[in-house]
Write a protein that binds this ligand. Structure first.
Ligand SMILES: Cc1cc2nc3c(=O)[nH]c(=O)nc-3n(C[C@H](O)[C@H](O)[C@H](O)COP(=O)(O)OP(=O)(O)OC[C@H]3O[C@@H](n4cnc5c(N)ncnc54)[C@H](O)[C@@H]3O)c2cc1C
Length: 391
């Protein structure tokens, strides 16, 4: 793949840039740079309106195939879109779980009826999703889930508890991993799990917020106590949801994380401005750490380009496996640098964005696969090392 921008690419970049600049100048000026991890509580209604504005102009789900309502953009153009979005300081997207996780899953594994039912509201920003995987005894060891679903007439009836469910308090729907037949020993534990689409706004679903370090609540406990969903709302075959669930995770670890380094660049710029303000810019140790952060950003960009250059027909290469481990560790370090640059001022309330960066980035090395799990994945899938012994 030739990654040099040609005239068509440049005019695409210009089109994205002018749409975002125009849109974020007027009625949506207030949402600029708000939302996203650590700031999700901010301006929800306004950001929901923004999501619908993007949808109305065809700027949601830009990587989805055209036949499913997307723009069918190549990976490279998706990165251009994300870069311009970050450059314009577009707000954190309230629809990102539907766009990035559930939508691609329904496109890859869903029936035509499911595609017709569930994709258009994600494109339009009228239905929001959350991810019901983790449970108190099933995080890294996801196959240990205990939530169950049993058929009762034309409905599945779901019982169990999910935890850390991001944005469940806003979601209209949840994609839930549930056991539809009992757990077995060994690798067969993966069998008997189904991938259910469950409406959130019903009796039998209780969402309890969990307060985070930041003082806000972006994730929740979700209790299913006799919640129902229609029998046909299973993605893939009944009892065969594990492969579908892994497909969703590959989307999470794939294209959606490319291009995010411009958000990190904005944060590094804010740290440099703070270092100038506080005088720590003259400290040689701070200068070196800032330089290292700059280099880290360049490494991320070059790795993204290398991944794209080697990818064919949208498939991600093994290099993509290092992305999560690298960016999560980098970002956690960036939060620590922000605090060291601010010194005692870090505790003052006029630094909320940098405080949030520090506090929320502690989670980066945990969610979407912890650093230890990422190393296992790299060892087994990229380097071909022997699999770790199963429990
Ligand atoms: C901000 C945030 C948002 C989240 N959002 C969602 C969401 O929307 N939906 C959802 O379903 N989940 C969500 N999660 C949950 C997330 O997926 C889990 O936290 C993650 O999978 C780790 O699971 P755990 O917390 O149970 O930790 P555990 O799996 O109990 O891990 C504890 C520690 O042991 C290590 N460890 C575990 N197994 C191994 C192993 N085999 N080899 C080496 N080390 C190991 C881990 O790396 C970790 O350090 C979210 C988490 C966070 C922090």
């Amino acid at each position: 793949m030739d990654l040099r921008e040609n005239a068509d690419d440049r005019s695409f970049r210009d089109e994205v840039r002018s749409f975002l600049e125009d849109s974020l100048a007027g009625e949506f000026a207030a949402v600029r740079n708000r939302g996203g991890p650590g700031d999700e509580h901010a301006l929800f209604e306004e950001r929901l309106a923004w999501e619908r504005h993007l949808g109305a102009h065809g700027w949601t789900c830009v990587g989805w195939p055209k036949e499913h309502g997307g723009r069918g953009l190549s990976l490279w153009r998706q990165v251009v879109f994300l870069e311009e979005y970050a450059r314009a300081r577009g707000p954190g997207r309230v629809g990102h779980i539907g766009e990035g996780l559930l939508g691609p899953t329904v496109i890859a594994f869903g029936s035509p009826e499911q595609q017709r039912r569930f994709l258009p509201p994600i494109l339009a920003g009228t239905e929001l999703w959350c991810q019901g995987y983790s449970e108190p005894n099933a995080g890294s060891d996801l196959a240990n889930i205990a939530t169950s679903a049993a058929l009762d007439g034309d409905d599945w009836v779901i019982r169990g508890q999910k935890v850390w469910t991001s944005l469940a308090h806003w979601a209209d729907w949840c994609f839930v991993l549930a056991r539809t037949s009992p757990a077995q020993d060994g690798t067969a534990r993966h069998a008997g799990i189904s991938y259910l689409l469950v409406p959130m706004r019903q009796d039998g679903v209780e969402v309890r917020p969990i307060v985070q370090l930041t003082g806000d609540s972006e994730f929740n406990e979700v209790f299913f106590d006799g919640a129902r969903t229609a029998a046909e709302n299973v993605v893939g075959a009944v009892g065969d949801g594990w492969g579908v669930a892994m497909g969703t995770l590959s989307f999470e670890r794939g294209a959606s994380t490319l291009g995010q380094q411009l958000n990190f660049r904005n944060e590094l710029d804010a740290i440099v401005a703070a270092a100038r303000r506080t005088g720590t810019v003259d400290d040689p140790v701070v200068r070196e750490r800032v330089a290292r952060a700059h280099i880290g950003l360049e490494i991320m960009r070059l790795t993204a380009l290398r991944t794209l250059a080697g990818s064919e027909a949208g498939a991600l290469r093994p290099e993509a496996l290092i992305g999560k481990l690298y960016w999560a560790t980098f970002h956690r370090g960036l939060g620590e640098l922000a605090m060291d640059v601010l010194g005692a001022d870090a505790m003052a309330t006029e630094n909320p964005a940098l405080q949030r960066l520090f506090l929320f980035s502690r989670a980066d090395t945990i969610y979407a696969g912890s650093n230890q799990i990422q190393r296992n994945i790299i060892g087994e899938r990229a380097l071909g090392l022997p699999k770790r012994p199963s429990e």
